[in-house]
Write a protein that binds this ligand. Structure first.
Ligand code: XIL
Length: 334
């Protein structure tokens, strides 16, 4: 994995040199885009990548793929690696969608931010109806060994556990916590580490958009789990914001980055209602202000493909044209 990255960075640097050598400071955001793309701008600041959610139904569209490869350096499977997609029945693995996503990334020399192994949602009923601790433990271990094992060495990071907290910072009721308490976290991360020793292992959640009770609950858990070393490498904040909701993000990212033995934090599913330029500017600046904030992933390319389509929350419109929010992000990164 390391040598892959080194080689990739070296090749990317050589290929990009003539473009990167152009003076960008005085150009418009549009020509900055044309010369570089958001991912290269962010990498030039020493960070890991700017990515987008994708899957076969998206990147098989030529316009989507063109924007993805121009602007982004990573893809996250929007749905194809979730438990319902990958293991709909016990031991029956359906990985064609996940394979397609990983092949797309590999073929095009971009990273994979994989999502997600243990989550109460998009979970098949055969898992949520398990009533025995040992059976559930085996189900988790087998799921993670098979899915994370298949892509070992090909993904940069995994969301191992997703959305395990309530808004007050307590642990959400789920088949996982109800049967196993928080030990499901330890056993899930141990299984993921075993399956893919090179991947950075993340815990991910939503509404971590200020230094609120939920963010504090998550940090407390990470402090406990990481008390004796690095079990959880990174904390992901989904950052699905409403209009005007970016004010607390900088404080939230600082708080998350303070968790014990955490190497990275990431903005993992960014979209903002109405896609205000000021809101996007605030989020990107919040990430830049914390050196552990290594990646920003947009939750899709163009508005009509968003899970929040009616709120037009992304950087590109229905015609894949960049919006004011795009220009704002490019300006902050340029
Ligand atoms: C969403 C997808 O975007 C939708 O296509 C799907 O129908 C539901 O899930 N938190 C997460 C993501 O971690 O996996 C969710 O993605 C959005 C909220």
């Amino acid at each position: 994995m390391k040598s892959f990255f080194t080689a990739f960075v070296a090749i990317a640097t050589i290929v990009a040199l003539p473009l990167d050598a152009r003076p960008v400071a005085e150009t418009s955001a549009l020509s900055v885009r044309a010369a570089t793309g958001l991912d290269k701008l962010f990498k030039a600041k020493g960070r890991a990548f700017v990515g987008t959610a994708s899957d076969q139904g998206r990147f098989s569209n030529a316009q989507n793929s063109a924007v993805t490869l121009r602007e982004f350096g990573s893809v996250t499977p929007e749905n194809s690696m979730k438990w319902d997609a990958t293991e709909p029945n016990p031991g029956q693995f359906t990985l064609s969608g996940a394979d397609a996503l990983v092949n797309y990334a590999t073929t095009n020399g971009i990273l994979v931010r994989a999502h997600t192994l243990v989550w109460h949602s998009q979970l098949p009923t055969w898992v949520s109806s398990i009533t025995d601790k040992t059976v559930l433990t085996s189900a988790i271990q087998n799921h993670i060994a098979t899915v994370a094992g298949r892509y070992a060495g090909k993904v940069r990071s995994w969301d191992v556990v997703n959305e395990m907290f309530n808004e007050d910072g307590s642990v959400r009721s789920s088949v996982f916590s109800n049967l196993l308490g928080t030990s499901f976290v330890d056993l899930s991360f141990a299984a993921a580490r075993k399956a893919d020793p090179e991947a950075l292992l993340y815990i991910n959640d939503f509404n971590l958009d200020s230094a609120n009770a939920k963010a504090k609950g998550l940090v407390n858990l990470v402090n406990t789990v990481n008390a004796n070393g690095v079990v959880i490498d990174g904390i992901g904040t989904q950052t699905h914001l409403g209009a005007g909701g970016a004010g607390g993000v900088a404080a939230a990212i600082k708080l998350l980055a303070s968790a014990k033995n955490v190497k990275e934090v990431a903005i993992t599913e960014l979209d903002i209602g109405q896609a205000g330029a000021a809101d996007y500017t605030a989020v990107v600046n919040a990430c830049l202000a914390e050196t552990k904030c290594q990646s920003i992933t947009l939750w899709g390319v163009r508005d009509p493909d968003s899970w929040r389509a009616s709120e037009t929350p992304l950087l590109f419109d229905a015609n894949f044209a960049d919006k004011a929010a795009y220009t704002a992000v490019a300006k902050v990164l340029a």
